[in-house]
Design a protein around this ligand. Structure first.
Ligand code: PHE
Length: 457
């Protein structure tokens, strides 16, 4: 039996909605992804492009996606079905959200592997504290973990199991409670680490690296990466945000909430950079050390500096908390869709977690038995492991495609009067800018990037 609009539960307050949604946005993308991408692409110049992509492409889509959720009030495919019928359109709107739902499970499949490793490192830091370990010890430790398929699968399962447990519960005692507590704790942990990094690391070098303009190489690939990272970091383009939009009460002021969510997300990304880079530069190691930044470079530093053991525990806890508030948002839409089909919530949560767990082996194997296997090399994607394909496929294809479709639906598919009434908003300058972005900027920017990626070589 379908869930009707009235039956769907709401978050209990505006504050709860903002914290939970900001928790969904703040995730591995901020702590593990952003410093890495910014480092690789060279600081300030990239930052500027990233901010533009965030402000004029990703954020307008975030607002559109939340609005679609609030208007459709169901799981993402059903919400779009409701809206398609209401708008009297022929195109099958729900199809795009099925693509989105695929994206949620694919993201979850690699998310659990990285988060699982963070939990493992957290425990290790608690018991062994990395103290006195040499860099060789840590490199060997990381390599040993990555070659142990069972151990990786175990910690991935622990993480996704926790996610399933939270999502199994009802909205207020599960998702809302987790977001309301973990998001503020995460902020506090991060601030503590930034202060510590300021004392023991080289903060001026970090600031110069993040905000200085020295070595930007502007290519279409960098632009696509900026857009991909902007979409990924605020979680648009898979329906996770649309689902939270459906749980959002009508008392929430949408534009204001969007502003808070984006600012909190950006704040955490920058703070994560200011937590990590001062330590990196203080120790004179290479900043663009890649994903190994988190699991090799940082532990090497933690092993050396005063109080490093405690900071290591806090840091990996932070990473795990950031990840879990995001993973619950990734699991929610498919679970809600299965509930509409008559499933019990816990059954749906465990079944989808299991599906994601099976897919997680694509990522796990990419660190060991498939580390030199590039599944789509014949199609020109040489050098990309299964994990890289999943990660880049989601960020650079699924998120922008679903995102642009949401923009088109709100910008062109639904009547402007209806959009204004649903926000609710007058035709202010803010509204006009947003609407213009949805109608023109987002579709043009994303098509241009795609055309370039396909034909630009
Ligand atoms: N925004 C999350 C992060 O930055 C990832 C995510 C993407 C979560 C899409 C939900 C949906 O890590």
């Amino acid at each position: 039996m379908a869930i009707t609009r009235k039956e769907l539960p709401n978050f209990t307050s505006r504050m709860a909605f903002i914290l939970v949604t900001a928790g969904a946005a703040v995730g591995l993308g901020n702590v593990w992804g952003f410093p890495y991408v910014a480092g690789k692409n060279g600081g300030g110049g990239f930052m500027l492009i990233y901010l533009l992509a965030l402000a004029f492409v990703a954020t307008p889509v975030l607002m559109a996606e939340l609005l679609l959720g609030r208007m459709g009030r169901a799981s993402p495919p059903t919400a779009l079905k409701n809206l398609q019928i209401e708008a009297g359109r022929k195109e099958p709107w729900p199809v795009i959200m099925w693509v989105g739902l695929m994206g949620t499970i694919l993201i979850l499949s690699f998310y659990m592997v990285i988060a699982g490793q963070a939990i493992f490192y957290g425990f290790e830091a608690m018991t062994e504290s990395f103290h006195g370990w040499t860099p060789e010890d840590i490199i060997a430790f990381d390599a040993a973990y990555k070659s142990d398929i069972l151990l990786m699968a175990f910690w991935s399962a622990v993480f996704v199991g926790l996610t399933a447990l939270i999502v199994s519960s009802n909205i207020t005692t599960g998702i809302e409670l987790a977001g309301k507590w973990l998001t503020p704790i995460l902020f506090v942990l991060l601030v503590i680490i930034v202060i510590y990094a300021g004392i023991y690391g080289d903060m001026p070098a970090a600031l110069n690296f993040l905000f200085g303009f020295d070595h930007l190489v502007l290519t279409p690939g960098v632009l696509l990466e900026a857009v991909g990272q902007a979409f990924f970091t605020i979680s648009v383009g898979v329906g996770a945000i649309m689902m939270y939009g459906a749980y959002m009460g009508n008392n929430v002021n949408l534009p204001k909430a969007v502003m808070w969510i984006v600012l909190m997300d950006l704040g955490v990304a920058i703070l994560a950079g200011l937590a990590i880079f001062p330590l990196v530069f203080g120790e004179g190691v290479d900043a663009s050390a890649g994903p190994g930044l988190i699991f090799i470079t940082l532990p090497i530093i933690f092993a050396k500096i005063t109080g490093g053991g405690v900071v290591a525990v806090l840091f990996f806890m932070l990473l795990a908390f950031a990840a879990i508030t995001s993973s619950i948002s990734l699991l929610s839409p498919t679970v809600a869709r299965l509930e509409e089909a008559g499933w019990k919530r816990p059954h749906a949560a465990w079944a989808m977690s299991f599906a994601a767990f099976v897919l997680s082996f694509l990522t796990i194997f990419s660190f060991n038995i498939w580390s030199d296997y590039y599944p789509l090399a014949v199609l020109g994607f040489d050098g990309l492991t299964a994990f890289a394909l999943v990660r880049e496929g989601v960020s650079n294809v699924i998120l922008p495609v679903v995102g642009v479709t949401c923009a088109l639906i709100v910008g062109w598919g639904i009547k402007k009067e209806r959009v204004k009434a649903a926000l609710p908003m007058q035709e202010t300058v803010l509204f006009k800018v947003w609407y213009f972005c949805l109608r023109y900027i987002v579709p043009i920017a994303i098509s241009a990037l795609f055309l370039n990626a396909i034909f630009g070589g």
